[in-house]
Ligand binder design. Structure first.
Ligand code: SAH
Length: 234
């Protein structure tokens, strides 16, 4: 069986894995947006006591923070080094209720349909060959009435300028080659995949970066980075 993954993408994250938890390193943007997305997710899903799968968890920035809010979290990824870094960090920080596994989301969905209260899949869809298959698997993994959260990057001229030219070349917030424009996803496309899978899109939020204050904030502007909260009908 072929997996829905791109070896070059997985290698890119593998090569940088040792830098994952440096708050001023290549993954600084993920560290900066984490409190915003964590609060946003917690506001819908009430994480404490819930079971969560974090799809494309990488080095575990979001997964670990959800466990610290009292959720039982499984982080999955197909890049081995980030998973090892995530495991080590959880061990060092003595975080309970957190485990990691190298498994494709489609395979886990076949194994544990309806197995989780909450599914998160952040900054991952724009790195896979068939993102609609990931959305479908996220639906399968969540219980009826449960929440699924996505975040990705919009595809338009402004997103190209901000997310690739600005972030990778001018401000150097991200390493060059982190993102490929053609893989960016319009909110209309994500909405369609979610609906086709059986999910109900509930809320879009924009994530805006201010280069002067060097801070992110959540807003109504989904033209570049954005989040989508979905619910599986009960
Ligand atoms: N979700 C994390 C990490 C985002 S970086 C966060 O937001 O903090 C993107 C992650 O997606 C990387 O860890 C990469 O290895 C992972 N990824 C890319 N393609 C994947 C695939 N096909 N299956 C699972 N994970 C994948």
């Amino acid at each position: 069986m072929t997996t829905n993954s791109d070896p070059q993408e997985l290698a890119k994250f593998g090569d940088l894995a040792h830098r994952w938890w440096d708050p001023d390193g290549e993954f600084r943007p993920l560290h900066q947006i984490n409190p915003l997305r964590l609060d946003w997710i917690d506001g819908f899903a009430r994480l404490s006591g819930k079971t969560v799968v974090d799809v494309g968890c990488g080095g575990g920035i979001l997964a670990e923070s959800m466990a610290l809010r009292g959720a039982q979290v499984l982080g999955i990824d197909l890049s081995v080094k980030p998973l090892k870094v995530a495991q080590l960090h959880a061990l060092e920080a003595a975080v309970s209720g957190l485990s990691y596994r190298e498994v494709a989301v489609e395979a886990l969905a076949a194994e544990r349909p309806g197995g989780f209260d909450v599914v998160s899949c952040m900054e991952m869809l724009e790195h896979v060959p068939d993102p609609s298959s990931v959305v479908q698997a996220c639906f399968t993994l969540v219980k009826p009435g449960g929440w699924v959260f996505f975040s990705t990057i919009n595809r338009n001229a402004k997103a190209f300028l901000m997310a690739i030219v600005g972030a990778e070349h001018v401000l150097k917030l991200l390493p060059k080659g982190t993102h490929e424009y053609a893989r960016f996803i319009r909110p209309s496309e994500l909405t369609r995949w979610a609906r086709e899978a059986g999910l109900e899109p509930m809320q879009f939020k924009g994530m805006e970066y201010n280069p002067l204050t060097r801070r992110y904030r959540l807003s109504a502007d989904t033209s570049v980075n954005y989040l989508l909260a979905c619910q599986r009908p009960a």
